[in-house]
Design a protein around this ligand. Structure first.
Ligand code: ADP
Length: 498
């Protein structure tokens, strides 16, 4: 065909037969489909350019080649006018081709389309769909979509599993969904959907469903709005996740927590009652043994009795200490320890505590130094009895766990909003692996040492609780055979912490 002159198209004259053939030849070469004519023995009679580009064969190659040689397995072409087949190119690549063929006389006309790209995409899509549905099965989570105005909903395989339905026989719909949602949750679910549509917002809710057999499952549902080009909501879509195992586990956990809290409260109550009951007879034992020690009503006679009565008095006093500790601990644990807050002079209380510890320190020739207490006017708002107990516990430990001839130093610094009291000793120290547990009730580093020096293992636990009740913190630093520093940080103005 000769090149068209301007304006020639509109007044196109019919092409001659030769021109038309030439035209068609060109069109065929331009087509993206492969076209060929095959003889009765499969020999190539004519092929278009696309065939050569797709399969990579030259005209010369085709002399010795038959159409069937290009197929991976010989197709039964006579039976089907349309078929798909895997074929090989000259350089060995595999192509997926779809063929349309027709017999004219003894010549077979074939038009083929390369589907390799589409097939690869299909395979990738299938792979991804499989991965998605496996991931959904692992996470017990499926996806869904609902087009507004319709009754049916699209569900992924996992949602069928969550609802205990067979995807082959069950067709999900709004109607069937609301039928399965727990009676008390239906209203909330419908409302959430309506709000999502009206407010065009993402939403998120939890509801229960009853499976056909009556089994309850807990569902977490999250959704989004799908909008069209005009910004109108046209569909809702999202995920549903089966939370049943987690919800049941949480319920069990709550139950267990309640039970243990009740048992704990009962134990604390029992200890509080017992401690109270034990104190009365103990006070009698201590009081009367003290009178006997002093031989107020006349001499005891035998020297041995004096020894015994000293023993009775000492043991009674020790038992009373222990019972007071247990009572304090159980009151704190039961949340019944009320702080009686007042403004108090820090140095005065610390000095009073030192004074009470002094006899024991003197016995072991341990020097207590308070030169670090500089500001004698320093005041904080705290519970006097609790603050005294804190200082006594820390100081008595410092003396108790420091070998003869050692020293205990106390200092106090003021920071913004709080004070920091440090008690440092040159004692046996605490092993690093025990530092964290030592403030728990009844924890002691060495039973034999504690037995020799007395102590219940409650002192630090009570101290820590009391400090924290004031809104403060207790810190322990220690090095074995070097010494221990206990730091108490207390706010200037304590507020009872519950
Ligand atoms: P205890 O009645 O045994 O003194 P505490 O709760 O006061 O109970 O202390 C627990 C344990 O912490 C002690 O038995 C001891 O092992 C260790 N401990 C506490 N204070 C010190 C210290 N200053 N030096 C070394 N060890 C200490």
């Amino acid at each position: 065909m000769s090149p068209a002159k301007p304006g020639q198209n509109e007044s196109a004259t019919p092409a001659s037969g030769a021109e038309a053939r030439e035209d068609f030849g060109r069109f065929l070469d331009m087509s993206s489909d492969v076209m060929l004519v095959v003889g009765s023995n499969g020999e190539f009679l004519r092929v278009n350019d696309t065939f050569r580009t797709v399969f990579g064969y030259d005209i010369d190659d085709l002399q010795s080649l038959r159409f069937f040689d290009l197929f991976e397995s010989r197709p039964q072409m006579r039976e089907a006018e349309d078929f798909e087949a895997r074929m090989r190119t000259k350089d060995g690549r595999v192509l997926w081709m779809r063929w349309h063929q027709k017999l004219f006389g003894d010549q077979l006309y074939c038009v083929g389309r390369d589907l390799t790209g589409i097939k690869q995409h299909e395979a990738a899509l299938e792979r991804r769909q499989k991965q998605l549905s496996e991931a959904e099965a692992i996470g017990h989570m499926g996806h869904w979509r609902w087009e507004m105005g319709r009754d049916d909903i699209e569900w992924s395989e996992e949602i069928f599993r969550i609802f205990g339905e067979d995807s082959k026989t069950f067709s999900p719909s709004i109607h069937k969904l609301t039928e399965r949602v727990h009676r008390r949750d239906v209203g909330r679910v419908v409302q959430a959907f309506q709000r999502a549509i009206i407010e065009e917002k993402d939403y998120d809710m939890e509801f229960r469903i009853a499976r056909t057999g009556g089994e309850t499952r807990y569902i977490h549902c999250e959704g989004r709005c799908e909008k069209d080009a005009n910004g109108e909501v046209v569909a809702l879509y999202g995920i549903m996740q089966d939370m049943t195992e987690r919800v049941l586990y949480e319920q069990e956990l709550h139950k267990a927590k309640d039970t243990s809290e009740r048992a704990y409260a009962a134990k604390s109550q029992f200890l509080a009652n017992m401690s109270h009951e034990l104190r009365t007879p103990l006070n009698a034992i201590i009081g009367f043994s003290e009178m006997m020690q002093q031989q107020m009503l006349g001499p005891l006679g035998n020297e041995k009795y004096v020894d015994y009565i000293n023993g009775i008095h000492e043991s009674g006093a020790h038992l009373l200490d222990l019972i007071s500790d247990i009572l304090d601990m159980s009151r704190i644990e039961a949340g019944k320890y009320e702080l009686d807050l007042e403004s108090l002079n820090v140095v005065k209380v610390i000095n009073a505590a030192c004074h009470m510890i002094q006899p024991r320190a003197d016995e072991a020739k341990i020097k207590i130094s308070t030169v670090g207490l500089k500001n004698e006017k320093l005041k904080i708002v705290a519970d006097r009895r609790a603050f005294m107990q804190i200082m006594l516990n820390i100081l008595s430990n410092a003396v108790k766990f420091t070998p003869d001839g050692g020293s205990v130093t106390i200092d106090c610094v003021e920071r913004e909003g709080f004070i920091s009291i440090r008690v440092t000793d040159t004692g046996i120290g605490i092993p690093p692996n025990k530092l964290a547990s030592i403030t728990r009730p009844f924890e002691q580093v060495s039973l034999s040492y504690a037995r020799n020096h007395g102590g219940s293992g409650l002192g630090l636990a009570i101290t820590k609780e009391l400090v924290e009740l004031h809104g403060g913190t207790l810190l322990i630093d220690s090095e074995l055979n070097v010494g221990t520093t206990v730091t108490v940080r207390l706010p200037f103005e304590a507020v009872q912490k519950s």
